[in-house]
Design a protein around this ligand. Structure first.
Ligand code: ACO
Length: 331
């Protein structure tokens, strides 16, 4: 099969993590849980939690500034901002517009993409289309999440899993470079929406005292079902993305999976045919930051020298929707 040439290149990455670290032992002080249970079932040791006055736009802008600095891009040069979040600062306007204002990217079109934990890969795919079609010279993709604002801190089955943070990348035309986005594969299945969702607080069930009393505006999840679908969908998506890129698993230097749970990561790597030595893991330090996990990991992997120019990197994610997707990159 002819290998596709990338049309779109990543020219900068950045991340932002709030300073406050909350350990499993901290949670166990007011929740019927333990460090041992959380580490064994999820691999999570600690997570970052944003202070009350810090929102998704602030974190996203902080990550974006670093990506723009690395890419050598000034705010006025950005043509489009595509922002993934499951935790918008407010329902109107989009968090992308709030972030645009913080960044001073006054020439950009800005909008949100909602695909939960798969949001970054969905947003990358939209941005790739913009740049490849010549509609944008500089695209900024941001994934930013304040998951601490949508979990029920009295529910031990969900609250221990999540954390806050943001990641960002700058995309530009590849102009003949061998580096960039090689392929992607996205999937959705709305029939399984109720496995992971927030039942109340939207337009179908507007916010009311009853919603607040029942806490139905917060995350509900069927953990075991989500687990099963996550592994199957992510492994399948990896195969399709690699096939579309004309690569095999042996060509992959690093798999960057969505960081939800170490057992999901290990099972996905196994079914995708990759050894754990080739899998990036930071879920122990940050927990599940939803859409932000992949770009934060990408930035850390680059900084740690785990990926160098020419490396084939496979990213994959899964989330509420259900949604899933994989993207093959040449670094
Ligand atoms: N501490 C102690 N005990 C707990 C905790 C906790 N934090 N949470 C649940 N338990 C208990 C349960 O009450 C249950 O007790 P019981 O046997 O007395 O009824 C027992 O532990 C087992 O519960 P299960 O839910 O069956 O545990 P499981 O092994 O399935 O692990 C987990 C739960 C970690 C949530 C797992 O199902 C999972 O990781 N699922 C995927 C969830 C996920 O990652 N979602 C996000 C992915 S998509 C996205 O990122 C949005």
């Amino acid at each position: 099969m002819k290998k596709p040439s990338p049309l779109v290149e990543i020219t900068g990455t950045g991340r932002f993590l709030p300073d406050d670290i909350v350990t499993n032992d901290d949670l166990a002080e007011h929740l019927d849980t333990s460090d041992e249970w959380i580490q064994t079932r999820t691999g999570i040791r600690e997570r970052r939690i944003a202070p009350p006055d810090m929102g998704a736009a602030y974190m996203g802008a902080a990550a974006a500034r670093k990506a723009m600095e690395q890419a050598g891009v000034e705010p006025g040069e950005v043509d489009v901002i595509i922002l993934a979040t499951a935790t918008p600062d407010r329902w109107l306007p989009s968090t992308a517009c709030d972030t645009q204002a913080l960044l001073g990217c006054s020439n950009a079109v800005a909008f949100d993409v909602i695909a939960a934990c798969t949001g970054f890969i969905y947003a990358m795919s939209v941005a790739e289309c913009y740049v490849a079609a010549g509609r944008a010279e500089v695209a900024l993709v941001i994934a930013t999440e304040k998951m601490s604002s949508i979990v029920d801190w009295e529910d031990r089955s969900t609250s221990v899993l999540f954390g806050d943070g943001a990641g960002a990348v700058v995309l530009r035309p590849a102009n003949g470079s061998a580096r960039g986005i090689l392929s992607s594969h996205l999937g959705s299945n709305g029939d399984l929406a109720d496995l992971l969702y927030r039942p109340g607080g939207g337009s179908a069930v507007p916010l009311s005292q009853q919603v607040l009393d029942e806490k139905s505006h917060l995350i509900r999840m069927e953990g075991r079902e989500v687990f099963k679908h996550a592994v199957r969908c992510m492994a399948d998506s990896c195969h399709v993305a690699l096939q579309n890129a004309g690569l095999t698993v042996d060509d992959v230097q690093l798999l960057i999976p969505h960081q939800a749970n170490i057992r999901i990561i290990a099972a996905t790597a196994k079914y995708a045919g990759l050894p754990m030595e080739k899998v990036f893991v930071n879920v122990n330090r940050y927990g599940n930051m939803s859409s932000a996990t992949v770009p934060v990991a990408l930035d850390e992997a680059d900084e740690e020298g785990l990926i160098t120019p020419g490396s084939n990197v496979l990213t994959v994610a899964f989330g509420s929707g259900l949604t899933w997707g994989a993207m093959a990159l040449r670094w």
